[in-house]
Design a protein around this ligand. Structure first.
Ligand SMILES: NC(=O)c1ccc[n+]([C@@H]2O[C@H](COP(=O)([O-])OP(=O)(O)OC[C@H]3O[C@@H](n4cnc5c(N)ncnc54)[C@H](O)[C@@H]3O)[C@@H](O)[C@H]2O)c1
Length: 320
């Protein structure tokens, strides 16, 4: 049996090469298709690899009677109708680990930029000034980094922070304490983290528990002059409360890659504050991560079609 893998989106050539070099697969790499073109080409496909450029709608699924699996090269599956895929018996998978290093490195970049006023110094020089007095920063060495969420990205940050001689503590109520011990990271209660950390970096998932968790009550429990980094999800922070905590001097500054909503609206109180630095949700945006997620997606399809071993299944109901 030869399986047809349709790639109706732009993915890195390494993923295409991996599939083409695998016996038992016929690869159709079209690059990004319109929805009409996708429906027209879907009939032969046993599997598809997509990014965010195409939508897997009920219409596409109806036009793809042989389809068994869709792999998203990346994390978000908002462009896949999961209920419709499940009812068509189509397994949907993603590659959540593929951008871990890119996101961790960007977070680290934000932390250093925040500690040393790098964006502010850059803006000042570009504006024609030579101001060496306004931007006296702090070292990372011997500072306490508190990680909220100790999953893939949190762990990658911890390793990097230790190389900078930081003490790393973490709060994550859903993992075994031994996960911290192995990496030399003490897992602590949230209030203890707030009380000890000089830098707090957010890496938790958005849940009812974590939405808006960094609010006035939380800031009150933190050290004076704490610095906040968020490259996780914007909704973890109450923006008005953070702006007030910065204005009062309680929080020395914040570095943000993510917002709620995105892009941020004009009334976001944090945009334009001197002590807040920003990137527009860039943490995962590297050419390396694009390669990693595409190759991982190709491997997911190989494992599913040829070895009956799907992984990272997003619509797990399809397996029951
Ligand atoms: N900025 C970006 O471009 C970008 C890129 C990738 C991921 N992210 C975001 O980064 C975050 C972390 O991603 P990851 O790959 O490390 O995920 P992960 O699933 O590996 O880790 C998330 C951790 O959060 C923990 N958690 C859940 N509820 C918590 C709570 N109440 N308090 C503390 N911890 C809690 C979980 O136990 C888990 O260990 C996610 O929110 C993800 O959406 C952002």
């Amino acid at each position: 049996m030869i399986y047809t893998v349709l790639i109706p989106d732009n993915v890195d050539q390494k993923a295409v090469d991996l599939l083409e070099g695998t016996e038992g697969l016929n690869v159709v790499y079209t690059g990004k298709l319109s929805q009409e073109e996708l429906a027209a080409q879907a009939g032969e496909a046993h599997a598809m690899i997509i990014r965010s450029g195409v939508k897997i709608t009920p219409e596409v699924l109806a036009a793809a009677p042989n389809l068994k699996a869709v792999a998203r090269a990346g994390v978000g599956v908002d462009n896949v109708d999961l209920d419709a895929a499940t009812s068509h018996g189509v397994i949907v998978m993603n590659t959540p680990g593929g951008n871990t290093i890119s996101t961790a490195e960007h977070t680290f970049g934000l932390m250093i930029a925040l500690a040393r006023y790098i964006p502010q110094g850059d803006a000042s020089l570009r504006a024609g000034r030579w101001d060496r007095k306004s931007f006296v920063g702090v070292e990372l060495k011997d500072k306490v980094l508190g990680l909220i969420g100790f999953g893939r990205i949190g762990k990658a940050i911890a390793r990097r922070a230790q190389a900078f001689d930081m003490t790393v503590i973490a709060y994550d109520p859903y993992i075994e304490p031994s996960a911290g011990t192995e990496l030399g990271v003490e897992l602590v209660q949230l209030d203890a983290l707030y009380a000890q950390a000089d830098f707090i970096s957010l890496h938790a998932l958005i849940t009812d528990e974590t939405r808006g968790m960094l609010n006035t009550e939380a800031f009150a429990k933190m050290k004076d002059g704490v610095r906040i980094i968020n490259a996780s999800r914007g909704a973890l922070i109450n923006d008005a409360d953070l702006a007030a905590a910065i204005e009062s001097g309680k929080v020395a500054g914040a570095a943000l890659d993510v917002y709620e909503p995105e892009p941020p609206t004009e009334d976001n109180p944090l945009i334009g504050m001197e002590s807040v630095i920003h990137t527009p949700h860039l943490a995962a945006s590297t050419s390396d991560a694009q390669v990693t997620v595409a190759v991982e997606a190709a491997q997911l399809i190989i494992n599913t079609l040829l070895h009956d071993s799907p992984q990272n299944v997003v619509n797990s109901a399809v397996l029951t």
